[in-house]
Design a protein around this ligand. Structure first.
Ligand SMILES: [Zn+2]
Length: 84
């Protein structure tokens, strides 16, 4: 890894640490970005897309959708509702 690569990685870790200190929501296990919405997928779909059998892990919608593209889940249906 070159200097620029190391620098990018260090900056990324600092941002994640700061995020960890102040964020009270979820963070995507795939891309590391925080997301401020609540969503869920059926267990069988979650396992098919993520490979995690017991519903573990977190994904932002963008990552879940992207992962699904290559796993015979080319069209996902998203539904919105008000939460409490
Ligand atoms: Zn993500």
């Amino acid at each position: 890894m070159d200097y620029k690569g190391k620098r990018v990685k260090i900056v990324y870790r600092i941002k994640r640490f700061i995020h960890f200190l102040f964020w009270k929501g979820e963070t995507c296990d795939r891309c590391g970005k925080p997301y401020a919405y609540v969503w869920e997928a059926p267990d069988d779909l979650w396992a098919k897309v993520t490979g995690e059998k017991h519903g573990g892990g977190t994904r932002c919608i963008d990552c879940f959708d992207e992962e699904a593209q290559g796993k015979n889940c080319n069209t996902l249906y998203w539904k919105c509702k008000e939460g409490k």
